[in-house]
Write a protein that binds this ligand. Structure first.
Ligand SMILES: Cc1ncc(COP(=O)(O)O)c(C=O)c1O
Length: 321
């Protein structure tokens, strides 16, 4: 694989080969080094452009997505933006079903790419900016209704192996090449778990000793098999206390948790001190990577991802107004 060079024919070719940046200030003095892959460099400003395009192209090849057919998906917003972007390039109609708890920036982006947005009310007791498992169940029910109504193709990101392949054949090999094979740890917050599992598979295929760590919200360490207190948290895009169909336990070595406050504090420090302005899950990932760097053997190289841009959270108070 190689970076595309020269003039690109369309924005679909602008996915992948995102920068990998070492955070030398936040990581100063720690035995392990930390590097962050900046997925907000993608055209839809998140890591989900990769699986969105991979799933659509796989469905086209398999003949399960017909020309002009509508695509409908449940999303926390980033997959919605990724699919809306891919559909804009490829000429499909797209409907994104999401919770009103997801930030308005996400719906605005999806609409900008020419797609339809269906907003689903939150479960009783929910707070805007926090999407719980109960909220996601309501989104799922509405998605199923719309898929039937439109006879639509459903990417089904939590169960579609394309969510994994995008990272197994993209993110993972890129990290391997960008670190010249020196990566020792990879940690990632999990939604569909495609990022975590696909990257883990790629890295472990190249060096079985790479340690892979799943990052979860402090109150919902579900994948770790620990008690879930509450699935309401600020780290949008995952931590739903569900095991996705594509989850592959065999490539995960350990689990770490991060509080909302740690995610927020780290996202702010990352922006102010490293010039990397991500969202809450980016803060969670980097907080976890720094925890690992404190305990790792000297010379370790811990890699994680900036899943999306902080610009998608301007309405949440993640960054002061
Ligand atoms: C902001 C954000 N962070 C993290 C994730 C998790 O990525 P994955 O679905 O690959 O587990 C998502 C997924 O939608 C997301 O939107």
């Amino acid at each position: 694989m190689s970076r595309p060079a020269g003039l690109l024919e369309h924005a679909g070719q602008a996915v992948g080969w995102t920068p990998l940046v070492e955070i030398q200030r936040l990581g100063k003095g720690l035995p392990g080094r930390v590097a962050v892959k900046l997925e907000y460099f993608s055209p839809g400003a998140s890591i989900k452009d990769r699986p969105a395009l991979a799933i659509i192209e796989a469905a086209e090849r398999a003949g399960v997505l017909r020309k002009g057919q509508r695509i409908v998906e449940k999303t926390s917003g980033n997959m919605g933006a990724g699919l809306a972007w891919a559909c804009a390039i490829k000429g499909y109609r797209f409907t994104a079903v999401l919770s009103v708890g997801n930030t308005p920036e996400r719906s605005q982006m999806i609409k900008a790419f020419g797609a339809e947005v269906v907003k689903v009310r939150q479960a009783p007791g929910a707070k805007p900016g926090q999407v719980s498992k109960e909220d996601l169940d309501l989104v799922e029910a509405e998605t199923q209704k719309r898929v039937k109504k439109y006879k639509a193709f459903r990417p089904d990101q939590f169960n579609n192996p394309g969510s994994v392949w995008a990272h197994r054949f993209g993110t993972g090999p890129e990290i391997w090449e960008q670190t010249a094979g020196r990566v020792t740890h990879f940690c990632s917050f999990a939604g569909s778990s495609g990022t975590l599992i696909g990257t883990a598979q790629a890295l472990k295929e190249r060096y079985a000793g790479v340690r892979v760590i799943a990052v979860e919200p402090a109150q919902a360490p579900f994948l770790a098999g620990k008690p879930v207190r509450d699935t309401r948290h600020a780290i949008q895009g995952g931590g739903y206390a569900v095991e996705p169909g594509i989850y592959d336990r065999s490539v995960v070595d350990a689990y770490l948790t991060v509080t909302d406050a740690e995610a927020k504090r780290t996202a702010r420090a990352l922006a102010a001190r490293e010039g990397i302005m991500g969202g809450y899950s980016t803060g969670a990932n980097v907080a976890a990577a720094l925890m690992l760097a404190r305990k790792a053997p000297r010379g370790s190289l811990i890699v994680t991802v900036a899943c999306d841009s902080g610009l998608k959270y301007l309405s949440t108070g993640l960054y002061p107004a």
